[in-house]
Design a protein around this ligand. Sequence first.
Ligand code: DGL
Length: 258
Amino acid sequence: MTNNSPIGVYDSGLGGLTVWREVRRALPRESLVYLGDGKNCPYGSRPKEEIVRLADEAVGRLVAEGCKMVVVACNTATAAAIDFLRAKYAPMPIVGMEPAVKPACLATRSGVVGVIATERSLDGDLFRRTASRYGEGIRVITAPGRGFVELVEQNRESSREAVDTVHRVVDRMIAEGVDQIVLGCTHYPFLMGALREVVDGRGITVIDPSPAVARRVAQLLDEFGLAADGGHRPDYTFLTFADEEYRLRLERKAFMSL
Ligand code: DGL
């Protein structure tokens, strides 16, 4: 392992590419290995123990690929497994996803913040802790993004059906007076077009936490003295536990979404 070794980025499927593209933008010298499980996606309603096992297998694979750091670009896997992963793979730095409840609570004027995430993430301690730490005096309402992950995995995020699916989840939040909506699942920023259409003209901000995660990665590279050399030419690798066709989809979507 050297400073020019890659950073691993892992998700249940395609969603973590929303984090991958921000990391690539913020750190253009870093090589990246993206692992999109694909075989077991969606994780969202699986039991915690199963997600821990899947995340362990994925991070183990990224370590075997020589990664110097891993980004768990999946809120569901972070909520279920981050403590386990950090203990098992110490001292390698592991960055997880945190629901962006803090910036939403700081920015709200209506005093009502909405969070959309998978069922498993919303159940988790991580979400409960974050919401109670920053949400004092603010009403934090939550909803699982039913159908969102499937739309993205099937490349249907720009369809009419996507807008209808977003309406079903977000209309209730609008009726409750939210002015901030936090995307608590890395698949959801792919639905930004549909989300913007649904909230259009209502003064609602939709928060994608991935730029903040990329800043955290940059900070940790400095702290651990792990940044790639000045002249390093990065390469980008895509891995999956599904088949070659899925792997190619990951690769195409990564570069398409720039
Ligand atoms: N992209 C993931 C997340 O951030 C998980 C989606 C899923 O597999 O259900 O939560």
